[in-house]
Design a protein around this ligand. Structure first.
Ligand code: ACO
Length: 200
């Protein structure tokens, strides 16, 4: 079994811990958090993030906010963990997942999809064939991307949102909960509703 450390004692971390527990290849190494006031998560004691401990095992950054996850990843001098995949996820053998990415229960990742590093594919998300997601993307629970969708770095697709086939969504966008995206979305936009409209 390979030890994996996690950085960020958050609610998101609890689900990543479940993913680690569901996977016979991995067991928990250290658990870190920036906030010295946080002492434990689910009864697991936090470790002091000394460089020696940070480097001891490959790391997954368990911070849901995409910008903060990127900031921490840029700061840390550590080997990043291979993708952590809950055993209930259905992952095409022809798809690719970058290091530091996490795949929550019930995800479907279909043929030839390519997922960057430090991404979150959250519970029950569907990522169809040939989708391409850049680094630090978060696909929230039950969101669905049809075939050939492109998603730029740091973008969050909100819970239950749907994106039709062939759409390109830019970098650091926010797609609102339940939005239906039928047109390309420029970098940095916030889009809500059905059909999706830009509000920021
Ligand atoms: C495991 C987990 O928990 S993963 C986390 C999953 N979480 C999500 O998916 C959250 C997604 N976030 C949202 O949907 C948010 O509402 C956002 C980011 C789109 C907008 O948030 P804010 O920037 O704070 O916008 P705000 O709440 O001020 O709303 C602005 C306007 O958009 C509307 N609006 C906001 N969100 C939505 C939405 N999802 N669908 C339709 N309209 C919306 C508001 O009603 C408001 O309209 P008004 O100006 O006519 O009053």
């Amino acid at each position: 079994m390979h030890k994996i450390s996690i950085y960020g004692a958050s609610g998101h971390a609890k689900v990543v811990l479940d993913c680690i527990r569901s996977n016979s290849n991995f067991t928990l190494g250290y658990l870190f958090d920036d906030n010295p006031a946080v002492k434990e998560l689910q009864g697991i004691a936090l470790s002091t993030a000394s460089q020696k401990k940070i480097e001891a095992y490959p790391l997954v950054i368990t911070i849901g906010n995409n910008k903060i996850r990127k900031k921490i990843a840029d700061q840390l001098q550590s080997v990043i963990a291979p993708p952590i995949i809950h055993q209930s996820a259905v992952i095409s053998t022809t798809s690719r997942l970058g290091d530091g990415s996490v795949v929550m229960p019930g995800v479907i990742l279909n043929a030839d999809a390519q997922i960057g590093s430090h991404c979150i594919l959250n519970s029950g998300a569907v990522i169809e064939h040939d989708c391409k997601l850049a680094n630090y993307v978060h696909i929230s629970p039950k969101a669905a991307l049809a075939g050939n969708v492109r998603v730029g770095e740091g973008t969050q697709i909100g819970i239950g949102a749907q994106v039709i086939q062939g759409i390109t969504i830019g970098k650091w966008c926010t797609i609102g909960a339940g939005a239906v995206i039928i047109k390309d979305v420029p970098d940095g936009a916030t889009v809500v509703g059905n059909p999706g409209r830009i509000i920021k």
